[in-house]
Design a protein around this ligand. Structure first.
Ligand SMILES: Nc1ncnc2c1ncn2[C@@H]1O[C@H](COP(=O)(O)OP(=O)(O)OP(=O)(O)O)[C@@H](O)[C@H]1O
Ligand SMILES: [Mg+2]
Length: 390
């Protein structure tokens, strides 16, 4: 099953809006969202949807068509833009195409023309790896209680503003994500395993638990003893299907050890983040865990260390930690006892409850780095004296 394309329409002209809606309603494999009042152009923050395609008309109240296209392309760098208009003005068409529009539809709009344009956009997105090939990331703590669940949950929600996100709770013996998200799943991974012989992406999606933020959770077994029903081949297939159905898959793994199910999560992950604190016992465990993972033929560059509960003035420096780890630390997440505890006790993740806290802005910056690996690698979440990256 291919991933659905999300198409946002920003059509102020009522007749055009009706015309385009009628055409889109006859096309399979897409979902549409109606953007009102220039929502898209006010930037990603005002709209939770990150569309693959935007259809806009040439209404002038939000600025010239050219400017609007530039603004949208800046806010959504990989988006494809279609323009719909009631009039055929060659000059305007040329300007729109120059600004980066992929298609210009003039009333009366032909169904076939729109279908072809969507097919082309779909093919291009698939080629660019933007759809149909979700990215997976695993989080595992070097020591129990290191923070993998807190981090994976908050990161999942922060990512949701940009893409579709699934959180997969692989910490089968101690699945805490339902507590952090205040959810009571009706189905969990053991149920999915029991449907294995007829499992496809649609059935798997039915087994996910929806969270108010928009992320979907595949919960760990409600009864820990049922985790024995889950086999490595189940995990491999489940993650493969999650990657088909969602843009991003975050996997919250059980701490410290690598069991045969987790191996499958690691194999399917682009990066495996080992969460450690800045203390010698935790760092030593992190090194041991990395060795266990790389012994499974998982390439070393895919394993990264992140430090959680970082606070300035720690007796151990990052440099000496890196000597122990023999690798540069990928990211530092700040210690924020009050906000994290408050959020756990309320069942509302920090990024939702305290979006402007240091912890939440740090998580947002981490998400940006994940989505754009070419971004500056100097900044790792915390600034030291005079605003310099530490
Ligand atoms: N950045 C942080 N700042 C302050 N406290 C934190 C932070 N991250 C995690 N914690 C605290 O650590 C506790 C354990 O976190 P979490 O459950 O995410 O760890 P874990 O590695 O998933 O543990 P487990 O081994 O149980 O799976 C949380 O209850 C929270 O109180
Ligand atoms: Mg956990």
């Amino acid at each position: 099953m291919g991933q659905k394309l999300t198409i946002a329409t920003e059509l102020t002209n009522k007749d055009l809006a009706t015309e385009v809606a009628a055409i889109l309603s006859k096309i399979d494999g897409i979902e549409t969202v109606d953007w009102k009042n220039g929502a898209g152009e006010k930037g990603v923050l005002t709209s939770k949807v990150h569309p693959h395609i935007i259809v806009l008309d040439d209404a002038s109240q939000y600025g010239s068509l050219e400017e609007r296209i530039y603004r949208l392309r800046e806010a959504y760098p990989s988006v494809t833009i279609f323009v719909a208009s009631q009039t055929q003005q060659p000059q305007q068409i040329v300007q729109a195409m120059k600004a980066g529009a992929a298609e210009f539809f003039v009333h009366p709009i032909k169904q076939k023309q729109v279908e072809k344009a969507i097919e082309d956009a779909h093919a291009q997105l698939a080629q660019d790896g933007q759809i149909g090939k979700g990215r997976a990331f695993s989080f595992v703590s070097a020591k129990g209680g290191g923070g993998a669940t807190v981090l994976a949950t908050n990161i999942a929600i922060a990512l949701k503003t940009k893409r579709s996100v699934a959180l997969c709770d692989m910490s089968c013996q101690s699945g805490d994500s339902t507590v952090l998200l205040d959810l009571e799943p009706r189905t969990d991974m053991a149920d999915v395993a029991s449907y294995f012989h007829r499992l496809d992406a649609a059935l798997l999606k039915d087994c996910m638990t929806h969270h108010g933020s928009g992320i979907e959770l595949l919960a760990a077994p409600n009864r820990p003893e049922r985790s024995e029903e889950i086999r490595p081949e189940h995990v491999a297939r489940i993650i493969e299907l999650l990657k088909e159905a969602y843009d991003l898959v975050l996997i919250d793994c059980a701490s410290m050890y690598v069991d045969e199910n987790e191996v499958e999560s690691y194999r399917a992950s682009e990066k495996i983040f080992i969460v450690t604190e800045l203390s010698l016992p935790s760092l030593r465990n992190a090194v041991r865990l990395k060795r266990l993972i790389t012994e499974l033929q998982i390439p070393e560059p895919r394993v990264e260390f992140v430090i959680n509960r970082y606070h300035k003035g720690s007796s151990l420096s990052i440099e000496s930690a890196e000597e122990t780890l023999k690798k540069k630390v990928f990211w530092l997440f700040p210690n924020d006892y009050v906000d994290v505890m408050h959020s756990i006790n309320r069942g509302t993740p920090v990024v939702q409850m305290h979006p402007h806290s240091q912890f939440s802005t740090n998580i947002t910056a981490f998400v940006e780095r994940l989505l754009d690996p070419t971004s500056s690698k100097d900044f790792r979440g915390i600034r030291g004296m005079f605003g310099k990256a530490v």
